[in-house]
Design a protein around this ligand. Structure first.
Ligand SMILES: [Zn+2]
Length: 162
């Protein structure tokens, strides 16, 4: 059974520069990943749009990558992971690719192997949840979701012991 702990709320209007809802002048281009901010959201450049001067500002995802400040952390652990590592990392890759196709601010920032778990950091809390739930769907196991007090970070723990 998944144990769910929810404090505060994720998202909503927030003054922090990492937040996806922060407004920018239009058009703004991210100098790092070259996403364009148009019609109120960051999106891939439209080739048909040979527009004039853009403002320049890092998008929220690049800001998080530069500062190494994830919005989601997913921890994978348990003996099942050791035996199915490749399969599970494929789920991670597939989920992050399909999430990024629709929402390019959703990115995996790093996958790090620790001594007792594998840590996956994401630029949005939604992506950590999405990947964790996809692994639970495919591999069963136990998923625990913990929202931080300040609601800026979600931690997701997935474990399967056998
Ligand atoms: Zn960017």
């Amino acid at each position: 059974m998944a144990e769910r702990e929810k404090r505060g709320r994720i998202g909503g209007k927030s003054p922090n520069p990492y937040h996806e809802d922060k407004k920018y002048p239009e058009p703004t281009e991210c100098p790092r990943c070259h996403l364009n901010y148009r019609n109120g959201r960051w999106q891939h450049k439209d080739d048909t749009d040979e527009s004039h001067e853009s403002h320049s500002s890092h998008c929220p995802a690049c800001r998080r990558e530069i500062d190494r400040l994830p919005a989601g952390l997913l921890y994978l652990s348990g003996p099942y992971l050791d035996r199915h590592r490749e399969e599970i990392l494929n789920i991670v890759n597939n989920q992050s690719k399909s999430a990024a196709a629709n929402r390019p601010l959703q990115r995996v920032m790093w996958i790090e192997q620790g001594s007792d778990n594998t840590e996956i950091a994401t630029t949005t809390n939604h992506l950590a949840l999405r990947i964790g739930k996809a692994i639970e769907d495919a591999c069963k196991g136990n998923l625990i979701i913990k929202h931080a007090h300040d609601a800026q970070l979600v931690r997701v723990y997935w474990e399967r012991s056998e």
